[in-house]
Design a protein around this ligand. Sequence first.
Ligand code: AMP
Length: 487
Amino acid sequence: MTVTRADTLCELLAGVDPGNDRPFLLDADGGVTHTYADAARRSSQLAHALAARGAAPGERVAMQATKSPEALMVYLACARAGYVLVPMNTGYTADEVAHLVGDAHPAVVLDDAALASLATEADGCPDVFDTYPAGPDDLAAILYTSGTTGKPKGAMLSQRNLASNSATLAGLWGFGDGDVLLHALPIFHTHGLFVATNCSIANESPMVFLERFDADEVLRALPRCTVMMGVPTFYTRLLAHPGFDRERCAAMRLFVSGSAPLLASVHDEFRDRTGHAILERYGMTETSMLTSNPLDGDRRAGTVGFPLPGVDVRVVGDDGASLDAGVVGGVEVRGPNVFAGYWGRPELTATEFTVDGWFRTGDVGTFDADGYLHLVGRSKDLIITGGLNVYPKEVEDVVDAIPGVLESAVVGVPDPDFGEAVVAVVVASGDGPLDAARLRTSAREHLAPFKVPKRVFVVDALPRNAMGKVEKALLRRQFAEQDGDPR
Ligand code: AMP
């Protein structure tokens, strides 16, 4: 039975039990590598091994490890023993890791080598562990997030934050008997670690657990899977694969996308190719998931759907007052999913919440008349040119629709006249010539003059981070000084 209400991870993850012989992890060919009982035993052993290294309830266990079943078992060990997991992006450099470790003061730090030796120590440990009775307000994890600027800050996520959100999603997305989740996401980020993993465990169903997204391997696994969660890049890569078709998706019931905007054109092409409308949802490290398109009902491309049950989302103006449908403003959220604050940063935490307790997401968007939320960008990506606001998404949508354009990113760069100038960085589709001057002429047909990109750069690919987000800060730096150069 799927857990659809939970206040602690132990309630949510109750299926990880020595008496539960259901399959838990599968390889790409469907072979069972771990049952739920295996996971219960292994996570207990690891909980003991971590205790022997000095971990205690409430203390941090930091991990920067290659994705593997054993790394996942460390998460389950922490949930069982009340240790606060601090997963670290595998892309972080030694300096970044040193900063995080200095900030989080973990009792145990695991890299690949340390995890391997912990695993050896765990082999000799008892395979039962008395579950720590964590309360809903106890910390479960600290996830470091930087957006694209500044030093990473640790988002403190409580047991309730994580458990309530995953239980809600498992219910909302119809998890039930027979589901098999395709898991190709990293497990240092909320999407792969909590959304995907927790929904599957709440349902006591198996996951095909892949180390990374590899289109060939995903295609091999797909016929045995019913649900896939991915970042938009996964879907564009699947569409680029000639072997990806309806037949491969015959067993699938749901494709979910999030962490970065899914292009409407990708949504449409995916539906044409597979018959499936990708369900787009929106969330962030600090708040877990906030909104989702409906499971039953119209999944609207270019929108992130409705607020989740129990989660309040509002769009406000500069004065903090709620705005009407159709008006663009700051997105704020309140609910059991919203984090407890930034680790060791009470002043920063205070500035990110309103006096009446809403968290300012930093995203800018608007609800339409039917209640779907549309995101138009991050507030820090807002371009102010000659005193006028330009939302990058509006310009990107116009540029993307111009023949010859595959995708674009629009950023503001310093400009002596206007303060900031609108600049478009464009990837050609290869279907025809792409000329920057013609692109600006086409954009002028749809956009007020101040929104039309002053300069256009054609690049081979947009820089993206591991979660598929376009690195706009990098683009701003890269193109700050350059003249547009038609190709
Ligand atoms: P992170 O904390 O790394 O998960 O990043 C959270 C940010 O990703 C959000 O604040 C949004 O700006 C962005 N994001 C997540 N999901 C979506 C989505 N479906 N569409 C557009 N942006 C998204």
